[in-house]
Design a protein around this ligand. Structure first.
Ligand code: ZN
Length: 99
């Protein structure tokens, strides 16, 4: 009798249709940033419809991304003020040095 390969009832990840795969971190980030290729968006959104886990993951990541961009915006504003102060300081120092 021919030996049968042992089946564990597990399908290799590569064999799963795209919509049954969980989002990986890169896909989630691209999606949140609006950088996903059009073909990927359709698959991701179809998967999100059927997968509560990924919806939770994505909403957590969304909160993270938006809080990060707030931090980044505050940081840019502060940096701009700092650069303006440094430039003003250099200007004053330059004027004083010319005297
Ligand atoms: Zn999922």
């Amino acid at each position: 009798m021919e030996e049968q390969p042992i089946s564990h009832g597990i399908i290799a990840l590569d064999e799963l249709p795209e919509i049954h795969r969980h989002l990986d971190a890169e896909q989630a980030e691209r999606y949140l940033m609006g950088n996903s290729p059009a073909g990927e968006v359709a698959n991701l959104e179809e998967h999100l419809l059927i997968c509560a886990d990924c919806r939770v993951e994505l909403s957590n990541a969304d909160i993270y991304v938006s809080s990060m961009s707030e931090v980044a915006a505050r940081f840019r504003k502060r940096t701009a003020r700092l650069m303006a102060a440094v430039a003003a300081g250099l200007l004053v120092a330059g004027i004083l040095a010319l005297r």
